[in-house]
Design a protein. Structure first.
Lengths: 309, 251
């Protein structure tokens, strides 16, 4: 559905994205992940024909985005960052205008607008002025607009930013509902969102792709440093012994009465739980808590996008 | 074509959904009505050689609201879209920049025509009440309004270009007001600088809106200004398209 080859964009000396290559298959929901300024919005703006690329190619549904821009755009439902809308129009009026603009046949406009109002739970706001709507409703109007011409591809730039937790949940559920039939490319820097919604994750940092896989595989392959916590009745000197255990990267210690709380950062793919416990037993430390924290997508994200990695 | 009319109707709606349209219409009507009244009052006082139409469109009181109207009706056109970010949703729909630029141009032009329509009623009322003609020759009426339309196209194109240059409506208004005032008075430049060479004076009178209005309101319809205004409108509109695309590219 989306095919990006060697895509590069430079603004006045700054390289926003560099040699991007990725593909999105029909029916996938792909999370486009990266810190602020990584080049997510730039990539999306190029794909939707808003910005021209400096070099490279991209195509949507087989149409080259530069040569057959109008045809390519017919296949895209795009929700730009911050959801720009005409605040002087009413919701229904705006959606009818957008449907006409996007080439929905005149006889179908009413039906399509009705459908998306229903889908985005906007029925009761059809006559509201967009300017008077809350952020959550505006976001839904933006989504309804992206959907109104029934596109096969949705490109959503940070659809949940600035919403409250309830609204975030509603928008997520809506996006999940939309998937399946459509291809979705969604950018975000909110990690749980990706784990919940996406079938695949593309991590981008400083304009380059760092990883492209399922969230599960990312966790498996980038077993970023997990950590262990041990609370034992021993002085701070226990830290030296723990640091010597294979797989432990470093140890920090905090005293709490006669107990010490050791925080161990582990090396990638290491699980020294057994060795740590055996050490405690052999030294005769009283232990009141041992916990191992599994790495999360957040750890992977930090590892992949650490500013100088 | 459907896309163009969809865009055009959005442009017209955006005029009438904002208070600007009504404020401009109201004050414009007030000013032009007052102008008409005072012209007729003056002409009533002593004998004169000019017709009502010539007098009305030949005075400073006409040019002042005329030139002031353009920044007011064009400043919002692109600047607001860029400020709100709606230009992005607009041009990521399957719509070409050309269609957008032309729809915006014709949207303002239609509003401009609406601004001037009531003035026809002034002359009609005058003729009806006094039983005298407001023009010498039949062509003068058509010529005057044709020139009004051509001048409008040119200055609207300039206003739109100014609006495309900035995100800020006030900036756009200042740019277009300054430019259109300069262009309006360009015909007086030789006089201001004391240049007496007839060749230069001729050259400047070719592009002087005030001179054109004097001719057209007498019924002297010359094809040179018509070609001049049409081609300048096309050129400035083309520049607007370039600016709009450039702004997107560096956005």
């Amino acid at each position: 559905m989306i095919k990006v080859e060697n895509l590069t964009k430079r603004y006045a000396g700054v390289t926003a994205i560099k040699d991007l290559n990725f593909e999105v298959e029909k029916g996938e929901i792909v999370g486009f992940l990266g810190p602020n300024g990584a080049g997510k919005s730039t990539t999306m703006r190029i794909l939707t024909g808003y910005l021209p690329a400096t070099s490279g190619r991209a195509s949507i549904a087989g149409y080259d985005i530069f040569e057959k821009s109008i045809e390519a755009r017919r296949h895209i439902g795009y929700l730009p960052e911050h959801t720009p809308l005409y605040t002087d129009l009413r919701v229904g009026e705006y959606l009818r205008y957008r449907a006409n603009l996007k080439g929905v046949p005149g006889s179908k406009v009413r039906e399509r607008v009705g459908d998306v109002l229903e889908l985005c739970s906007l029925r009761d706001r059809e006559r509201s002025l967009i300017g008077s709507l809350s952020k959550g409703y505006r976001q839904r109007v933006g989504l309804a607009d992206a959907l109104v011409h029934d596109p096969d591809l949705l490109i959503l730039d940070e659809p949940t930013i600035g919403l409250d937790p309830n609204q975030i949940r509603q928008v997520r559920e809506l996006i999940k509902k939309l998937g399946g039939k459509r291809t979705v490319l969604i950018s975000t820097h909110i990690l749980p969102e990706v784990e919940i919604m996406c079938s695949r994750v593309v991590v981008i940092h400083k304009g380059q792709i760092r990883a492209s896989d399922t969230a599960e595989n990312l966790l498996k392959n980038h077993r970023a440093a997990g950590s262990m916590r041990l609370e034992a009745k021993v002085g701070a000197e226990g830290a030296t012994a723990l640091a010597a255990v294979a797989g432990v990267k470093d140890v920090s210690v905090e005293a709490e009465g006669e107990w010490s709380i050791f925080q161990m950062r582990l090396e990638a793919n290491a699980d020294p739980s057994e060795e740590v416990l055996q050490l405690a037993i052999s030294k005769g430390w009283a232990v009141r808590e041992v916990t191992r924290r599994r790495p999360t997508l957040e750890d992977v994200f930090v590892e992949l996008t650490h500013s100088d990695s | 074509m459907k896309v163009f009319f969809t865009l055009l109707s959005r442009e017209l709606k955006s005029f009438f959904y904002s208070p600007i349209a009504y404020v401009v219409l109201f004050y414009f009507l007030l000013l032009s009505g007052w102008n008409f009244y005072s012209i007729v009052a003056i002409m009533n006082g002593y004998p004169t050689e000019v017709t009502v139409v010539e007098a009305y469109f030949g005075q400073a009181l006409f040019w002042f609201p005329f030139v002031l109207s353009f920044p007011l009706i064009t400043m919002r056109v692109f600047a607001e879209e860029f400020r709100m970010g709606t230009y992005e949703s607009l041009t990521t729909a399957p719509v070409s920049d050309w269609q957008v630029v032309l729809a915006k141009f014709f949207g303002v032009l239609i509003f401009y025509v609406l601004l001037w329509l009531p003035s026809l009623a002034f002359f009609a009322a005058f003729e009806r009440i006094t039983g005298r003609s407001v023009v010498n020759a039949t062509g003068a009426y058509g010529g005057t309004y044709l020139l009004l339309l051509l001048l409008g196209m040119y200055y609207i194109a300039i206003g739109n270009l100014a609006s495309a240059l900035t995100k800020d409506q006030i900036n756009a208004a200042v740019i277009s007001f300054t430019t259109s005032t300069l262009l309006l008075f360009v015909g007086f430049l030789p006089d201001i600088f004391g240049i007496t060479s007839p060749a230069i004076k001729d050259l400047f009178s070719y592009i002087s809106a005030v001179q054109h209005m004097q001719d057209f309101s007498k019924g002297l319809i010359d094809s040179r200004p018509i070609v001049w205004y049409l081609s300048m409108t096309a050129l400035v509109t083309y520049l607007t398209l370039q600016v709009v695309q450039y702004r997107k590219w560096k956005a």
